[in-house]
Design a protein around this ligand. Structure first.
Ligand code: TRP
Length: 326
């Protein structure tokens, strides 16, 4: 049976949080058992918003440690840092020519950033083209991303289809893999969990920081002796991330039964989150202290990725006519 090539990247733009974990990391770690898995840290993308070089270096290394600590296995998956395969920037240039400006102007994430007051640079504008190159260079067939990235995936497909039409069959057209139940993970204020909204719960933080964040999850003003809503409850949604169907049903019943105190539920949730990630904390500390080993894994991953990328890039170069010597 054909094992689909699954590929996805994550920005090392800050400490990784529950949105990153449930939206992408956890699923990627599961896919390594059943699929051909390509996983990378997109530091070229991160420089569209981070201008502190030391911070970028640290975030990239920490994100690698987080992923490995949580179970990404370099013997099963190809794992690397985007800038270690600089061919992706060459492909970006080729793809620029089959990307319409209008397509990029319609990108929600670009429009959001501008609305938030970012002074847009060209890097931010062409972010989706680099993302398309990330996917197309390695022949990714399926891309697990959070709901917020769906439009970026559509842009990738559009660019690839147009490239194939213009220059001849070159790229595989990828599909997005979005799971409904983990489609959108809310942050403590109820909006999508995102570093730029400052509403994240980090995967690895001190327990008092975790407690403070969980205690400040937004709740409604339903009196204690009335049944509580689950549908639009951020607390219920975040708690559910850690439950199987049966336990989720039980929590739903508790919410519906008068008497439930949000404060008590939050205290439980602190322990649940802490215990869930506890087994990975020691491993993460070890990795943070063993830079040599982590870098070796990333460099080996980059070599493997590069050898796959080379053939797609060669074909693209030939199809646009850069092979003048022939
Ligand atoms: N834009 C993605 C995000 O912010 C990260 C990303 C970059 C990505 N390149 C990718 C995801 C390629 C999937 C495939 O989440």
């Amino acid at each position: 049976m054909h094992r689909k090539r699954i590929l996805s990247g994550i920005q090392p733009s800050g400490n990784l949080h529950l949105g990153n974990y449930f939206g992408m990391m956890k699923r990627m770690i599961e896919y390594q058992e059943t699929n051909e898995l390509f996983c990378f840290l997109v530091n070229y993308h991160a420089i569209t918003t981070i201008t502190n070089s030391e911070l970028l270096r640290q975030n990239t290394f920490k994100a690698a440690c987080d992923f490995l600590a949580l179970g990404l296995d370099p013997d099963k998956a190809i794992f690397w840092v985007q800038s270690d395969v600089p061919e992706v920037t060459e492909l970006t240039w080729l793809l620029n020519n089959t990307t319409s400006i209008g397509l990029l102007e319609r990108a929600h994430s670009y429009k959001d950033k501008i609305a938030k007051g970012f002074r847009p640079n060209h890097g931010l504008f062409s972010y989706p083209v680099l993302m398309a190159a990330d996917i197309l260079l390695f022949g990714g067939e399926a891309v697990p991303v959070g709901k917020d990235q769906k439009q970026h995936l559509e842009i990738t497909r559009d660019i690839a289809i147009r490239f194939n039409k213009t220059f001849g069959e070159t790229f595989i057209i990828p599909e997005s893999l979005i799971e409904n139940d983990t489609g959108l993970i809310p942050g403590i204020d109820g909006q999508k969990m995102s570093k730029s909204y400052k509403n994240t719960i980090e995967i690895f933080c001190e327990k008092d920081v975790l407690a403070k964040k969980v205690m400040s999850i937004i709740t409604d003003k339903t009196p204690i002796d009335e049944p509580k809503e689950t549908e639009n409850s951020t607390l219920f949604q975040v708690y559910s991330l850690f439950l199987n169907d049966e336990d989720k049903k039980e929590l739903e019943d508790r919410f519906r039964t008068p008497g439930l105190e949000y404060g008590k539920v939050k205290k439980e949730l602190i322990e649940i989150i802490w215990n869930y990630f506890n087994p990975y904390r020691i491993k993460r500390e070890e990795l943070l202290n063993d830079k040599f080993y982590v870098v070796k894994i990333l460099k080996e991953g980059a070599e493997k990725a590069r050898s796959v990328g080379k053939s797609f890039l060669e074909l693209a170069r030939k199809n646009v006519g850069l092979n003048y010597q022939e």
